[in-house]
Write a protein that binds this ligand. Structure first.
Ligand code: PBG
Length: 334
């Protein structure tokens, strides 16, 4: 690595001014890297702020169109959707019924925003009354294979309604294979799968659970955490096995989640598989930036941009972030 030694070699030579620094910059964040998550709630009169995620709203089925338009005006053109259902049941049926919330949201947005890239988060926690990511077995744990059957239906429902990409996030064994088979059987062989391949059982999802209304606890016998399906934050080798399995099952893109506390995983997944690799800057990461900024401890714009750049440096090709529109505005302002 060393091409000399001090005093003949001085690395500060290339840091002397903006132009030179920009020329030797190794990683760049662009507006094409950004994906904006959106919460859409049914039967809502007006968009409602989410207390634990300052600046983020539960959108109505119409206000979401305007929010997408604002992001698009700044160059953000990829969106991932979370439905907030008022018809929850033990299976999350509302997410795979024709006329259900997922079906409606994608049909409306598809029609109103024909050029936007629409990603469906394929999971059940926002649609089940117990808040778990699939139907429960009698032991109160998520029934893996029962979930796969429903996942296939949910993926096809979203694709039919206009979703461009299906992103399974439930960490069920076999989820990519099940979704690929269901999509292909329904004629959606060109719909890519973005697998949340290495998703950890993280406390950083806290604000999301408020936002999407998917807390656990309603069922006496149900498990009170997601540790039987989401991964142990201590495990890096297992994260690679998870990703390898999803690649073998036909995933087109891989995701690591959360983002900043898991940079080593992003880096390892990118290096190992050389696949399009996405990172999710999750609700808790975003809330920390906002909270620190509100207290005057950090500058929000700088902290947001640095954290996104570092996710890219680690190996992320694209980033899901609640700050996507803010970041696009900052990029535009220079
Ligand atoms: C599950 C899902 C979750 C998030 C995205 N998809 C919640 C969870 O796994 O508990 C969290 C995103 C965030 O915290 O911003 N459908």
């Amino acid at each position: 690595m060393l091409t000399g030694f001090y005093p003949s070699l001085r690395l500060r030579r290339l840091r002397q001014n903006d132009t030179l620094r920009a020329m030797v910059q190794e990683t760049r964040l662009t507006v094409h890297d950004l994906i904006l998550p959106l919460f859409v709630e049914e039967n809502l009169n007006q968009r409602t702020p989410i207390a634990s995620l300052p600046g983020v709203f539960r959108e109505t089925e119409t206000s979401v169109i305007k929010t997408i338009g604002k992001a698009q005006a700044l160059g953000v053109n990829a969106f991932i959707f979370f439905g907030v259902s008022h018809k929850k049941d033990s299976q999350g049926t509302d997410s795979f019924t024709s006329g259900g919330i997922l079906d409606r949201v994608f049909r409306r947005v598809r029609e109103a925003c024909p050029t936007a890239l629409l990603i469906a988060d394929a999971c059940f926690c926002e649609y089940t009354d117990h808040g778990h990511c699939g139907p429960l077995s009698k032991h109160g744990d998520v029934d893996n294979d029962g979930t796969l059957m429903n996942l296939g239906k949910q993926a096809v429902t979203a694709a039919r309604a206009g979703a461009d990409i299906i992103a399974p996030s439930g960490m069920m064994d076999g989820m990519v294979q099940a979704i690929r088979a269901a999509l292909d059987a329904a004629g959606f062989e060109n719909t890519p799968i973005l697998s949340y391949a290495s998703k950890f059982a993280s406390c950083f999802y806290g604000p999301f659970r408020d936002a999407a209304g998917c807390s656990l606890g309603a069922y006496e016998h149900a498990r009170k955490d997601r540790k039987t399906y989401q991964m142990n934050p201590a495990n890096a080798h297992e994260a690679l096995r998870e990703a390898a399995l999803d690649v073998a099952e036909g995933a087109d893109m891989l995701m690591v989640k959360p983002g900043l506390p898991y940079l080593d995983i992003i880096s390892a997944v990118k290096r190992e598989f050389k696949m399009p690799t996405f990172a999710y800057q999750v609700s808790g990461e975003f809330a920390m930036l906002k909270a620190a900024a509100a207290q005057g401890m950090l500058d929000y714009n700088s902290a947001l941009m640095e954290s996104l750049l570092c996710l890219k440096r680690a190996g992320a090709d694209a980033i899901l972030t609640y700050g996507a529109t803010d970041a696009a505005q900052i990029l535009r302002n220079g």
